[in-house]
Design a protein around this ligand. Structure first.
Ligand code: HEC
Ligand code: HEC
Length: 646
């Protein structure tokens, strides 16, 4: 063995190198405060290793980036862990960097003859921040997409060269596919290469001057090996443990696939850029322009940082540097705290909206995962179309935008929000469509008509209260229900009532209500046509007013009268036809009662279809979700990896 090592040393001279590296003396002895540089090198290696693993599965393009990260996160063996480590070690690096910088400044380790190394350190800091910025975009999710867009827009306001810089970084005048490929080249190639080069220089120059000790006279000299190495190793393990804990218990977030057509108002930069983000929101920044806040001020501060070693030449220069650094740090911490407070704890309108947007984004992220894991998987058009074509995602939004000005959905606007007008809850003017077409809905029409249509009292049609037209007229449904409610609710007639309900619901052909009780359906049909009751009788039968073509039959039972035709009632085609134009003969066209606008010209077929399928529960839900659904409104997800707190 010894012979072999001798041979190797003879050829390479490795012993000298190792000796130099290990037996470096440390004036004043090993100290905990010297560990930061080593932890930084350690996290960097962690990043390189996990980064290479991620690289083996990552595919940088707008069609595949999110999909491949989804694969890493959910399907690749231990992919979630590798990604988690990469995600949190990146953040640890920024924290360690700041601590390292503060330690160097406070200890005066930037002073002559170490100026050059200090400057190298600043370059390294810039590279690390560049790595964070570029890495944030790579998953191509809503969060990274919109946050990074803000950053590239800021580059665009740089005086003189802004547009050019922005174009170079973006890869053209548009933010999109080439931004992603460029960021990936920067993130996995150029920046790490530069980092290694500058790190080499930094460490070489550092070795040349040795550790700067504030007070070498008192403590005895120590050795790098083993004294300092031991402390460094403990510190690195602590960093690793923190990163692992975060990866396991919090996990790296993957929001919904980036969709340029769906703005993401909850976009925020990574938390360590929040102070700048918050700073730019101050009103006086508006006055001086974005370039002032985003370029000149940070530029001036960077210049100050660079000048520190020179300032330190003067008497009290070092004290000045330390004082300014402390004030700056306090400002940054303060601004970060303020930004977090405003986003997560304040009751202002903007904050509430932000939190709603975050909740909606989590909801989308959970939903897209559910769909991707569903039987159809991710289509070749990319995961972004999963949400775009998902009734459960789009339906509520369309309802909130088009229908919630009059209707409600289980009391809210479809997306879970109360409908507000000028700060007050707005009254509904049409029925709550939450359970539209269900057995309960039909039962309510037959025995609680007044309640279902009560909201019509809150509006007028051509000067007449709509409620009067709907609820107070003797010769319409309300009048019929008023007259027969008691008869229908007699215990003897329970089967007749249930039959009517089953018969009507069966006309919709909805699969989510199947199977239908055929005996009941037949019973109900008899009641509908002939008014057959166990006790009492109808003054007029359903069929006297309502025509219907029973599902699966060619001939209609009766003739169109002065009431809505119930063919296919509350089913897919019926609903589409109703929304397209509620004023036709077969719907509310028999009188002048209709107060609902026709949507055939303003609602595209695609949106109509998504809306209707949502209202009819016609969308994929995983078995696990559907077993405890019902509360499937907002924020019902409990998956730990998608909750994101400051
Ligand atoms: C301007 C108010 C208004 C808007 C907007 C509106 N509706 Fe209506 N809707 C009504 C009124 C009033 C009725 C009661 C029947 C009528 O007047 O035609 C009604 C009836 C209905 C019905 C039949 C059930 C019932 O209550 O009789 C359905 C289903 C319906 N609307 C769905 C929708 C959908 C879906 C949208 C959005 C695309 C929508 N409505 C938009 C006012 C509105
Ligand atoms: C006197 C005529 C008349 C009779 C009898 C009658 N209805 Fe109606 N029904 C109406 C009218 C008119 C409407 C439309 C709402 C309005 O103008 O009051 C209506 C509405 C409805 C609706 C809601 C339709 C929609 O588009 O939202 C259903 C469902 C319904 N009736 C079922 C029945 C059933 C079932 C029976 C028999 C048990 C029945 N109706 C008996 C006149 C009648």
């Amino acid at each position: 063995m010894k012979k072999l090592l001798n041979w190797l040393d003879d050829r390479t001279g490795y012993r000298e190198v190792v000796n130099d590296a290990l037996y470096e003396s440390i004036p004043g002895g090993a100290r905990w405060r010297y560990v930061w540089g080593s932890t930084l090198v350690f996290t960097f290696f962690l990043q390189v290793i996990t980064g290479i693993f991620l690289w083996t599965a990552y595919a940088p393009s707008t069609q595949t980036a999110w999909e491949s990260v989804y694969y890493i996160q959910n399907e690749m063996t231990l992919g979630w862990l590798v990604r988690g480590i990469h995600h949190f070690a990146a953040q640890a690096m920024v924290v360690l960097l700041v601590i390292h910088l503060l330690q160097v400044i406070i200890d005066g380790a930037y002073k002559a003859p170490r100026e050059v190394n200090f400057w190298l350190g600043i370059v390294l800091m810039g590279i690390v921040l560049g790595l964070s910025l570029t890495g944030y975009l790579l998953p191509w999710d809503q969060k990274g997409y919109y946050a990074t867009k803000v950053a590239t827009n800021i580059m665009g306001v740089t005086p003189a060269v802004g547009t050019e810089v922005q174009q170079i970084v973006q890869g053209g005048s548009d933010y999109g596919h080439h931004t992603l490929t460029r960021f990936f080249a920067l993130h996995a190639g150029i920046l790490p290469g530069l980092l290694i080069a500058f790190l080499g220089l930094h460490i070489a120059v550092f070795r040349r001057h040795g550790i700067h000790a504030k007070d070498p006279s008192h403590a005895p000299e120590g050795m790098f090996w083993p004294d300092q190495i031991l402390k460094d190793a403990v510190a690195c393990l602590a960093v690793l443990a923190t990163v692992l804990l975060l990866s396991i218990y919090k996990g790296a977030e993957l929001s919904a696939p980036a969709d340029p057509s769906t703005p993401y108002d909850a976009a925020r930069p990574e938390w360590y850029f929040l102070f700048l983000f918050r700073f730019l929101k101050f009103e006086f920044i508006d006055k001086f322009g974005l370039a002032f806040g985003a370029i000149y001020i940070p530029g001036a501060l960077m210049l100050f940082l660079v000048m520190m070693p020179i300032v330190a030449i003067w008497r009290f220069g070092h004290q000045l540097n330390v004082a300014v650094t402390m004030i700056l740090t306090a400002c940054i911490v303060g601004l970060t705290g303020l930004a977090l407070y405003e986003d997560w704890y304040s009751d202002s309108e903007a904050s509430v909206k932000f939190r709603n947007d975050v909740a909606a984004a989590h909801h989308d992220a959970a939903r897209v995962r559910e769909l991707a894991q569903g039987p159809a998987g991710i289509p070749s058009s990319g995961a972004v179309s999963l949400l775009r074509n998902d009734p459960l995602t789009q339906g509520p939004k369309i309802f909130a935008a088009r229908c919630a000005s009059c209707h409600r959905f289980n009391g809210h606007d479809g997306t879970g929000h109360i409908v507000m007008v000028e700060g007050e809850e707005a009254p509904a003017t049409a029925a709550d469509l939450g359970g539209f077409g269900s057995r309960q809905w039909v039962e309510d029409i037959l025995v609680n008509y007044q309640e279902v249509f009560a909201p019509t009292r809150n509006t007028t049609k051509e000067g007449t209260n709509l409620g009067e037209l709907f609820l107070d007229d003797e010769y319409n449904m309300a009048g019929w229900v008023k007259e027969h409610k008691e008869t229908l609710l007699m215990p003897e007639n329970q089967e007749a009532l249930n039959g009517l309900i089953e018969f009507l619901v069966a006309q919709s052909g909805r699969e989510d209500f199947a199977p239908y009780d055929e005996a009941l359906v037949a019973k109900g049909r008899d009641v509908f046509e002939n008014g057959t009751l166990a006790k009492g009788e109808f003054s007029s039968n359903c069929l006297d007013c309502h025509d219907v073509k029973v599902r699966g039959e060619e001939e209609a039972l009766g003739f169109p009268g002065t009431a809505p035709v119930l063919t296919g009632y509350a089913g897919r085609e019926w609903l589409k036809s109703f929304i397209s134009n509620p004023a036709t003969e077969q719907h509310y066209g028999y009188g002048d009662k209709n107060a609902m606008p026709a949507f055939e010209d303003s609602l595209p077929e695609r949106e109509l279809d998504l809306l209707v399928r949502w209202m009819l529960n016609d969308y994929y839900v995983s078995a696990e979700k559907s077993s405890h659904s019902e509360d499937s409104d907002h924020q019902s997800s409990t998956d730990e990896s998608e909750t994101e707190d400051p």
